[in-house]
Design a protein. Structure first.
Lengths: 328, 406
């Protein structure tokens, strides 16, 4: 979006040296501005906040049925259903509460890396190495072949790493290994907006809950998280960034944690951060105090995706051990 | 890790841009005035003679004289005229800059000006590329070839129509006189270079620094607050919601996942008789919470109806539907919204300030999904003011009932 509509105003006279100098001085000025705002640390502000009492979080449901690594999952707005996608090419819609498998679709391309539930609960979107994101309307008729009604919506030039519906079933946001994110009109398949800003693969995206619903963040292999106006990639530490003061305010890490975190989500109040790791565990962090509250064991392989349910009563984790777990 | 905020290229910028484009249009008309404008000449290009060709230096000289600006400003403005597609270069057609020398330019036909009503659709672009492909295989440049392949895939369902249109246009073109055809080809090509520019950057090592500097400048200008303010707000948020976080405080009667009893969910459906105390409390945290809960919105709607001001919420909901709905429905929805809420004497006329109303109505000439943002925000704030009254009344009665904290 940045490059396309702006004409080249680079004067032929400006030398590389001039630009570099300007770059350095601007960077310095930005750092000075940020420093002025750096008047307090998070742990100081959080000093008077009560400690979190011991949590007793346990696995409450285990969803078995996938034949290979589960790479992604998403909750339905009804707080109990979820959709999961796996490397075996299957996309399954579950009622997490009853453990019922309600729908199953076999994708033509086996590596399904991302999936999302539509806000209405009437469709799911998924995609992966086919470079596409397709939408499947969910039929009430169990015998109906879902694959027949499939609609290809998004087209990238590399693998699909993430997808999410915006506030309605009509718009889909995708992130891709081609380094871009894009917003699509589901009905027509039209590209509404594309976001160029990453210099490498974009691995994940997350929409911000807000009145306007116009912001999302994407994380990429270029170690940058971009916040777009219309959280994290796999790194060893989880970081909290204050957008209004424009600086990083907390890092959640321990020496004993060696493996990277692949996915995070906040609890409803924002006090707890659930992070899924490559060492098969899930760590629960106190966002304000910065310490780890507990470690959750149960998965038998890497945790690929972690998401809190819409009403905050539980969170689900998807793993390379082919299962999903619901924790509360 | 670095976090960068990138300015959205959303419709919000659409309106101011349209305004400045009209100013440019006025200049373009003057520039082509037979008495006070620029005189074009015939120019031989390859084998054809093209009429009305002007040089870059002539254009810049005219701008200097007309606008009384500095040399640099005139050159920059000249480049804008090329970048937006009002003037196009004949040589080096991909580089959209105005050169202050003997480089040749032509005025773009008003049909292709940016202020025209129609948007540069992918379908039209596909027809254009297909047409060029018909004329001569292999004439498409690499970036055009990429576009063409991509369009061929996702517009596949329309491909027969596209080829048909392209063939028709090609045939019609053949019947024109050669100079006319060459001119039209140049105009059309220029239009598409502006609207579908080649994405690949040129091998200019200064470019990354150039864009980085713009990014830094925007980051410096962006409004920021002190950490104490923003982190204070974070702590406040966490404290406000802590009793509503099922991981921190027990949800009543119990967490369905823990006890296998889903009463908690049945108590909080949309059409329950009595809302729980916790639910009503949550609505009091922010207006956004109230509107996000469908039941909260329902109750607020009933309240507004009694106060005869339901049109605000109705408008807000219609604007949401426009924003998040399908692209094809935008124009129709915008028309209905105008007739219902904004037109003088409309049945559900919303009372917003004159300036916002004026800008919104003007924007509806070229409706896009964010065209109602200004009005919607205004209405949102109006409703927010009314909310405390609502809370003292009907919303509060909701919490009285058999359900109490145990």
């Amino acid at each position: 979006a940045a490059a396309q509509s702006r004409p080249s105003a680079l004067q032929s006279g400006e030398s590389l040296a001039t630009l570099k100098n300007e770059s350095d001085s601007l960077k310095k000025k930005l750092e000075e501005e940020r420093a002025k705002l750096h008047d307090v640390e998070l742990n100081q502000v959080a000093e008077k906040v009560e400690l979190v009492s011991a949590l007793s979080i346990r696995t409450r449901r285990v969803l078995k049925g996938h034949g290979n690594k589960v790479l992604c999952m998403d909750w339905c707005k009804d707080k109990r259903r979820l959709v999961s996608s796996s490397q075996d090419g299957k996309v399954i819609v579950w009622d997490g509460y009853t453990l019922n498998k309600e729908h199953a679709v076999t994708m033509p391309c086996t590596w399904v890396m991302a999936c999302a539930y539509a806000p209405s609960g009437c469709a799911v979107a998924c995609g992966g190495l086919d470079n596409k994101c397709s939408v499947y309307p969910l039929s009430l008729d169990k015998n109906e072949n879902l694959a027949a009604k499939k609609k290809s919506v998004a087209m990238h030039t590399n693998y699909l790493s993430g997808c999410s519906f915006t506030n309605s079933d009509m718009q889909l946001l995708t992130s891709s290994g081609d380094g871009t994110c894009a917003l699509w009109d589901v009905e027509s398949g039209q590209l509404l907006q594309s976001f160029h800003g990453h210099t490498a693969d974009v691995l994940s995206l997350n929409l911000a809950p807000s009145e306007t619903g116009n912001t999302f963040v994407s994380g990429g292999c270029d170690k940058k998280a971009n916040v777009w106006d219309m959280l994290p990639c796999a790194s060893v530490s989880c970081r909290l960034y204050d957008l209004r003061a424009d600086r990083e305010v907390a890092v959640y890490q321990k020496d004993s944690i060696i493996f990277g975190a692949s996915s995070v989500d906040f609890s409803l109040s924002g006090r707890l951060l659930f992070a899924g790791y490559n060492d098969y565990t899930i760590n629960v962090w106190d966002v304000l105090k910065g310490n780890r509250i507990s470690v959750l064991f149960g998965h038998e392989n890497r945790v690929s995706c972690v998401k809190v349910s819409p009403d905050g009563t539980s969170f689900a984790s998807a793993s390379w051990d082919t299962s999903l777990r619901i924790w509360a | 890790m670095t976090i960068r905020t990138i300015r959205p290229n959303r419709g919000q910028h659409y309106r101011p841009r349209m305004h400045c484009l009209q100013k440019i249009e006025a200049h373009m008309v003057e520039m082509q005035d037979p008495k006070s404008g620029l005189k074009g000449a015939e120019q031989k290009l390859n084998v054809t003679t093209i009429p009305h060709v002007i040089t870059g230096q002539d254009i810049i000289a005219w701008l200097l004289n007309k606008m009384k600006v500095t040399q640099e400003e005139a050159e920059a403005y000249g480049t804008m005229l090329v970048a937006y597609g009002y003037i196009y270069p004949l040589q080096n057609h991909r580089k959209l800059v105005m050169c202050n020398d003997g480089s040749l330019y032509r005025f773009q036909t008003p049909y292709f000006w940016p202020t025209q009503k129609w948007v540069a659709e992918d379908c039209d672009y596909a027809i254009y590329l297909a047409k060029r492909n018909i004329r001569k295989k292999g004439v498409l440049e690499p970036f055009e070839q990429e576009h063409y392949t991509h369009l061929h895939t996702w517009l596949n369902h329309k491909w027969d129509f596209i080829v048909m249109q392209a063939t028709e246009q090609y045939k019609a073109g053949k019947e024109r006189k050669k100079p006319d055809r060459v001119v039209l080809d140049c105009q059309e090509r220029a239009y598409w270079i502006v609207n579908r520019p080649p994405v690949r950057f040129c091998n200019d090592s200064r470019k990354p620094f150039f864009f980085q500097n713009i990014f830094y400048q925007q980051a410096i200008m962006r409004s920021k607050v002190k950490s104490s303010v923003s982190l204070g707000a974070l702590v406040k948020f966490v404290n406000t919601y802590k009793n509503h976080d099922p991981f921190l405080a027990p949800c009543l009667p119990s967490n369905p996942w823990v006890t296998d009893n889903d009463t908690y969910w049945t108590l909080n459906i949309r059409r329950v008789d009595q809302c729980t105390k916790m639910r009503v409390e949550r609505w009091s945290f922010s207006f956004f919470e109230l509107l996000s809960d469908q039941r909260g919105r329902d109750d607020f709607k009933s309240f507004l109806k009694k106060e005869f001001s339901g049109e605000n919420l109705a408008f807000w909901e219609a604007a949401e539907e426009l924003k998040w709905g399908s692209a094809a429905a935008i124009a129709t929805k915008a028309a209905v919204i105008f007739k219902t809420f904004l037109a003088p004497g409309a049945p559900r006329w919303i009372n917003i300030d004159g300036r916002t109303m004026g800008l919104t109505v003007k924007g509806l000439d070229h409706p896009h999904r964010y065209v109602l943002d200004g009005a919607q925000t205004h209405v949102f704030l109006l409703m927010k003011k009314v909310r405390p009254t609502a809370e003292r009344g009907p919303l509060k009665t909701a919490e009285r009932g058999p359900l109490k904290d145990r």
